[in-house]
Ligand binder design. Structure first.
Ligand code: FES
Ligand SMILES: [Fe+2]
Length: 375
């Protein structure tokens, strides 16, 4: 069996697009790669955990898992947003067990220890007589948290650059779209039998698969004028839109001058049409599985628009269904002895190359540090 360093060396992240290949099959199927990604990508990058509208009032909290770590974010009585490892300092139970809600105190269900919304340990039943124990030293362990637009992110790495530096030019690029004015409506969760990178690759192929796989969606896009723009850690794929009655539901719910598809490294996508946004968060489960959370936002979520918004989600769900089968097929193909790595379309697949280069940079750099620590 090849070593992890050998597998990493099989991808050339310096090759120009004309000569580049994709990351090879083993990157998608070797459990050691998944563990290296957990340590050097998901434990080091800003990860979406929820929406600002879920954490607006004092006491509102939400739970999440990032790189396998249980996390809770909570708005304090002082208005401050904080995040912590959701791990009790007594015997490691999850302090918060609801996915989201409102609380005045964070109460561990195991032995009843109480923490304030600021994470400070407030009280422990039957703990008199314990020596060398200072309550101050046993608060919930904090995690970095920050917000951008309606999105809440955390970062497990205390030394990571601030969220805005991480997002880079994406902040300025998305600003004119005014997505903070849209309202959350509903979500769909997809469990897919493919590596998380297969889903991201499929998203980043510059519309290459759209005319073949998504006939309905293709009818409203001006496919020939599709553009791909790489910068920092994001790729923007965009297309002028055309009026079409070929597919009535798609035509009615995907409108505007342009379609905007943003991907932010490593696993977050934002898709916008006029008065519409959906976000996709891709969460690795194991080498062969990922979970993708879609959240849908609209400019008007009044009762009068309920039927329209619901139809719009049905359209999204149909496109999603078309992608799922292909992603699961690709996962099987990546394991085949017939496959090594693939070439990239210069016209279409620059975004995919950006993804693979950023990933390779993090994994190779991360492995070097692990190796240096082991020396
Ligand atoms: S584990 Fe939380 S109180 Fe014991
Ligand atoms: Fe697709």
């Amino acid at each position: 069996m090849s070593s992890i360093a050998e597998i990493l060396s099989t991808y050339d992240d310096h090759a120009p697009l004309e000569r580049a290949s994709t990351i090879p099959g083993p990157w998608y199927v070797d459990p050691r790669m998944a563990e290296l990604e957990r340590q050097t990508v998901f434990s080091k990058t800003w990860q979406l955990i929820g929406r600002v509208d879920q954490l607006q009032q004092p006491g509102q909290f939400l739970r999440a898992t990032v790189a396998g770590e249980p996390i809770v974010a909570v708005r304090g009585t002082d208005g401050q947003l904080r995040a912590f490892y959701n791990v009790c300092r007594h015997h490691a139970a999850a302090v918060v067990t609801e996915p989201c809600g409102v609380a005045q105190i964070l109460h561990c269900p195991y032995h009843g220890w109480n923490y304030g919304l600021d994470g400070a340990l407030k009280g422990m039943p039957e703990f008199d007589g314990v020596e060398n124990f200072d309550r101050k030293d046993h608060g919930l362990v904090p995690v970095r948290v920050d917000t951008w637009e309606n999105f809440v992110f955390i970062n497990l790495d205390p030394n990571a650059a601030p969220l805005r530096d991480f997002l880079g030019a994406l902040v300025r690029r998305m600003e004119p779209l005014g997505v903070s004015k849209l309202h959350y409506f509903d979500r769909r969760v997809y469990n897919i039998a493919c590596n998380w990178k297969v889903f991201v690759d499929n998203y980043l192929d510059g519309g290459y698969h759209v005319p073949h796989l998504h006939k309905g969606l293709n009818s409203v896009l001006d496919y020939k004028k599709y553009t791909i723009e790489n910068e920092d850690r994001y790729c923007l794929q965009s297309s002028p839109m055309v009026e079409s009655d070929e597919d009535a539901a798609t035509g009615a719910t995907r409108k505007g001058d342009r379609a905007w598809y943003f991907w932010q490294y490593p696993n977050f996508m934002i898709n916008c049409y006029a008065g519409y946004m959906d976000t996709n968060l891709v969460i690795p489960v194991d080498t062969d599985h990922c979970t993708v959370i879609f959240e849908f936002f609209f400019d008007d979520i009044s009762d009068a628009r309920r039927a329209y918004n619901t139809e719009s989600i049905v359209v999204g769900d149909r496109v999603q269904g078309e992608d799922l089968g292909i992603c699961e097929d690709v996962q099987r193909g990546l394991k085949s002895r017939a496959y090594g790595a693939g070439r990239l379309s210069v016209r279409r697949e620059a975004g995919e190359q950006l993804f693979h280069r950023l990933l390779a940079g993090d994994l190779k750099g991360g492995l070097d540090k692990t190796a240096a620590a082991a020396d």
